[in-house]
Design a protein around this ligand. Structure first.
Ligand SMILES: *Cc1c(COP(=O)(O)O)cnc(C)c1O
Length: 495
């Protein structure tokens, strides 16, 4: 049976994959989930020799069941090309007995590139399939990373424009340089005088403005969002877990059929949910280790089944994991609650109204595949330093959280099943914190001097994404007040 997409919050008719990608969120506020988790398309032996692109096609065609072979291959080939600086797309490194799946070889040197490099193509293909000829305008508020990765993905994709708002004083120097130098005639970057919440709230208001929607439609334009709950971001992420497994088989580290464990540094729960789906397809993953930083809502949830966001938000050196509401967890809650939309909706309503919910005892058995762990800042830094001193391999602070948690898990349980860590960012992206952990005496004020020091310490050439921003011309210099965002959008779109 072909996979369709149903909502986690009501019993609406399922929609096709292309419709789910275009809509992003279900009209009832729920997330789209596949009507079934398909089985792996072939034996692990037969999948083992496939290249990343070949494997991506075999896996994604099962989920994107209304895409033709030609359409899907076009999307895959447009995404996983020379934008990646390693032809394996997601190479693996072994260091001190653990396998690091490097998901940071794309344009913005973090794992969001794995999905955001293909999402634009999935979206424009979905629009064409559904006879939608409007120009698709992506609107995003960003605190740094997602906006840049989305722009890199959408740059010069025909039929699209992307407008990114960021808080003028709320991003790092390197992040700001990355944004204002963005290429592509269809990319627009606007700094606002305000904070991230101001930007986010006004973008949400623009999305829900019905009068504006009609005005846009008359001009042949529609808004869309690139956020992480879109199944067009989730499905591409399943691929690399299968690829990690087949890489271990090709390298002779495991035999087809052997079990592995996976540790994922988690924020919004999208990346680890993709691993859970891969396991559901029959990939021999024994345990999914969910690694949190000091914002350990998920650790507490896996311990006692209580999801409680009522706590202080802690700023850490792994900012992409500083999250108190992990939106993609809803898909797991829905599934372990027996795919009952009313039951799931009650939990989500409680989370909004009370800031907390407790799952039923019958649901806890559904969590048996997961183990939660968390690392303090000190444990994270100590782990990064120890790995470097033992092997010379330098990892970033998000990967560092997973590294500390995975090693503590092994120590505590004695479970020495081959371990894969999803390595989510290049150390160059978080160079200041990484150098602080590895060689604090070499930390300097100047960002690029710091990168030179990191490059020398790690024995790794800086990635092109960094070299590029050293000299790339500034292409975007619009700064507006937070209350002028709508005007800025109108000006850009000529309405
Ligand atoms: C987004 C992000 C994460 C968290 O991934 P989720 O899918 O949100 O759980 C971890 N590390 C880095 C570097 C990220 O950018």
């Amino acid at each position: 049976m072909a996979v369709m997409y149903k909502s986690t919050r009501s019993a609406l008719e399922p929609v096709t994959a292309s419709q789910a990608i275009l809509k992003g969120l279900s009209p009832d506020g729920g997330l789209f989930v596949p009507t079934e988790i398909p089985s792996l398309p072939a034996s692990l032996e037969d999948l083992a020799p496939l290249s990343y692109r070949e494997l991506a096609y075999e896996i994604m065609k099962l989920y994107l069941s209304d895409f033709t072979e030609e359409e899907l291959k076009h999307c895959i080939n447009s995404a996983y090309d020379s934008k990646f600086d390693d032809e394996r797309i997601a190479p693996m490194k072994e260091a001190d007995g653990i396998h690091y799946l490097e998901l940071f070889h794309g344009a913005t040197i973090a794992f969001k590139d794995m999905a955001l490099s293909i999402l634009p193509h999935l979206m424009t293909t979905s629009a064409a399939k559904n006879d939608i000829h409007n120009e698709i305008v992506i609107l995003t508020a960003t605190s740094g990373d997602t906006g840049k990765a989305a722009m890199a993905g959408f740059a010069d994709v025909p039929g699209t424009k992307i407008i990114v708002f960021y808080p003028k004083d709320g991003v790092s120097n390197i992040q700001e340089k990355q944004m204002v130098t963005q290429r592509g005639d269809n990319t627009y970057v606007v700094a606002i005088k305000g904070n991230f919440d101001d930007a986010q709230n006004r973008v949400k208001a623009l999305f829900s403005d019905k009068a504006l929607e009609q005005e846009l439609a008359a001009a042949g334009i529609q808004f869309s969002s690139a956020n992480s709950i879109n199944i067009g971001r989730l499905v591409p992420q399943i691929v690399y877990y299968v690829y990690a497994y087949t890489t271990l088989v090709r390298e002779g580290k495991i035999k087809a059929g052997d079990e592995i464990n996976v540790t994922v540094p988690t924020g919004n729960f999208g990346n680890i949910l993709a691993a859970y789906y891969a396991k559901g397809m029959g990939l021999p993953i024994k345990t999914l280790v969910c690694a949190s930083n000091e914002n350990k809502v998920l650790y507490d949830f896996f311990a006692d089944g209580v999801y409680d966001r009522r706590r202080d938000f802690i700023l850490t050196t792994s900012p992409s994991m500083d999250i108190l509401i992990s939106s993609n967890l809803e898909r797991l809650i829905y599934q372990i609650g027996g795919c009952d939309p009313d039951r799931n909706k009650a939990f989500m309503t409680a989370l909004v109204n009370d800031g907390v919910y407790t799952i039923g005892d019958d649901m806890k058995v559904g969590l048996k595949d997961f183990v939660g762990g968390f690392a303090s800042e000190a444990e994270n830094f100590a782990g990064i330093k120890a790995l470097y001193e033992k092997t010379g391999y330098v990892i970033d602070t998000h990967t560092g959280v997973a590294n500390a948690v995975a090693r503590a898990y092994r120590e505590k349980t004695g479970d020495m099943t081959p371990m894969v860590i999803a390595s989510t960012a290049s150390p160059f992206k978080f160079g200041r914190a990484v150098m602080g952990a590895v060689a604090p005496e070499k930390v300097v004020d100047d960002d690029f001097a710091l990168i030179d020091a990191l490059s020398a310490t790690a024995g790794v050439k800086e990635p092109f994404a960094i070299t590029d921003i050293r000299t790339a011309p500034v292409r975007h210099n619009t700064v507006v007040d937070k209350d002028e965002m709508e005007a800025a959008v109108r000006k850009i779109l000529g309405i």
